[in-house]
Design a binder for this molecule. Structure first.
Ligand code: NAP
Length: 294
C-alpha cells in the first residue's frame, strides 16, 4: 500500500507555477491576478480566502480581496462581479461560498465571465468540460486528476465509483473520469444517498472516490482488495485532545481501509492541499489566455 502525499505533490506543482510566473514577469508578460469576493465574516470562509491570498503572494501572483458587508443586496453584488469582469488586469474571480440567504449563488456564478471563472462553476465551463472542450475544471476534481497522474496510476478501463454527486466535486469528478483522456477512460458509477446497497457497489471499484462529507463512513467492507481510494471528505469533528478543539476527518476510515488499498490519500495532506493549487493553475491559464483566447 502506498500513501498518496498530496502535500508533497502540491508543493511540487507550486514550485513549477512560481518558476513559470517568474519567467513570465522577467520577459515582461502579464502577472496573473486573482480576485476574491468575500461577503460577511464567516470564520471558515475567512480562513479559505486568507489561504488563497497567501498562495498568490507565495507564487508571485497579484491578488485583490474585495470584502462586502452581509447587508449588500444581490443586485449590488452582481454589479461588483461585472466590474471585475470588465477589468482587463483581473484574470480570475472567485466568490467565496456560502453567501447570505438573500443572495442566489447560482445567479452570482452565472454573472461571472466564464473566461474568469477559475473555480470552474459556471454552466458554460461545466458544459465545455462535459463536451471535452477546453474549460476551467473545478479545483478539487482537477486536484484528484493531478494526484492520479503524478502517481502514474492507470485509470483506463478501470471501474471508478464516485460517492457523492455535488456540483463542485462528485458530478464533475464522474464526468472527468469517463473522458477519453490520459487520466480517464474509466467505466464510472456515480452514487448518492439513494443508491441501493452502497457497500456492494463500492466494493466493485478499482478506483473509489469518496466525496460525501460523512466522517469515516467508508469502512473496509466498501473496499475491494487492491483498490485505489481517494478521500475528498473534510469534516471538522470535536477533539478535545487538539489545541484547536477539533480534528479534520475524511470520509474514509483510514486505519481499516488502508491495508486493503494499492494507493490511498490520507486526511489531512491528501486531496486538500491540491485544491488551492488547481485554483492557482487555472488563474495562470487565464492570464496566459490558454482556455479562452484574450
Ligand atoms: P455535498 O454538497 O454535501 O454533497 C454530498 C453528496 O454526498 C451528495 O450527493 C449526497 O447525496 C451524498 N451523500 C451524503 N450522504 C450519503 C450517504 N450516506 N450515502 C451515499 N451518498 C451520500 O458535499 P460536497 O460539497 O461535495 O463535499 C463533500 C465532502 O468533500 C465534504 O466533506 C467537503 O468538506 C469535502 N470537500 C473537500 C474539498 C477539499 O479541498 N479537499 C473540497 C470540496 C469539498 P444526495 O445528492 O442524494 O443528497
Amino acid at each position: 500500500m502506498q500513501i498518496i502525499d498530496g502535500k508533497a505533490v502540491a508543493d511540487e506543482i507550486k514550485k513549477e507555477i512560481a518558476l513559470e510566473v517568474a519567467e513570465i514577469k522577467a520577459s515582461g508578460g502579464k502577472t496573473p491576478h486573482l480576485v476574491a469576493i468575500l461577503v460577511g465574516n464567516n470564520g471558515a470562509s475567512e480562513t479559505y480566502v486568507a489561504n488563497k491570498v497567501k498562495s498568490c503572494e507565495e507564487l508571485g501572483f497579484n491578488s485583490s480581496l474585495l470584502r462586502f458587508d452581509p447587508s449588500i443586496t444581490e443586485s449590488e453584488l452582481l454589479a461588483e462581479v461585472k466590474k471585475v469582469n470588465d477589468n482587463d488586469d483581473m484574470d480570475g474571480l472567485i466568490v467565496q461560498l456560502p453567501l447570505p440567504d438573500h443572495i442566489n449563488p447560482d445567479k452570482v456564478m452565472e454573472t461571472i465571465d466564464p473566461r474568469k471563472d477559475v473555480d470552474g462553476f459556471h454552466p458554460i465551463n461545466i458544459g465545455r468540460m462535459a463536451k471535452g472542450l477546453p474549460a476551467y475544471i473545478s479545483a478539487t476534481p482537477q486536484g484528484v486528476l493531478d494526484l492520479l497522474e503524478r502517481y502514474n496510476i492507470e485509470t483506463s478501463g478501470k471501474h471508478c465509483v464516485v460517492v457523492g454527486r455535488s456540483q463542485i466535486v462528485g458530478l464533475p469528478m464522474s464526468i472527468l473520469m469517463q473522458r477519453n483522456t490520459k487520466i480517464g477512460n474509466c467505466t464510472v458509477t456515480l452514487t448518492h444517498s439513494k443508491t441501493k446497497d452502497l457497500p456492494a457497489v463500492c466494493a466493485t471499484a478499482d478506483i473509489l472516490i469518496a466525496a460525501l462529507g460523512r466522517p469515516e463512513f467508508i469502512t473496509a467492507e466498501y473496499v475491494k482488495e487492491g483498490a485505489v481510494v481517494i478521500d475528498v471528505g473534510l469534516t471538522r469533528v470535536e477533539d478535545s485532545s487538539k489545541k484547536s478543539g477539533f480534528a479534520l476527518k475524511g470520509d474514509v476510515k483510514f486505519d481499516e481501509v488502508a491495508p486493503k488499498c494499492s494507493f490511498i490519500t490520507p486526511v489531512p495532506k491528501g486531496v486538500g492541499p491540491m485544491t488551492i493549487v488547481s485554483l492557482m493553475k487555472n488563474t495562470l491559464l487565464s492570464a496566459k489566455g490558454v482556455i479562452y483566447s484574450k
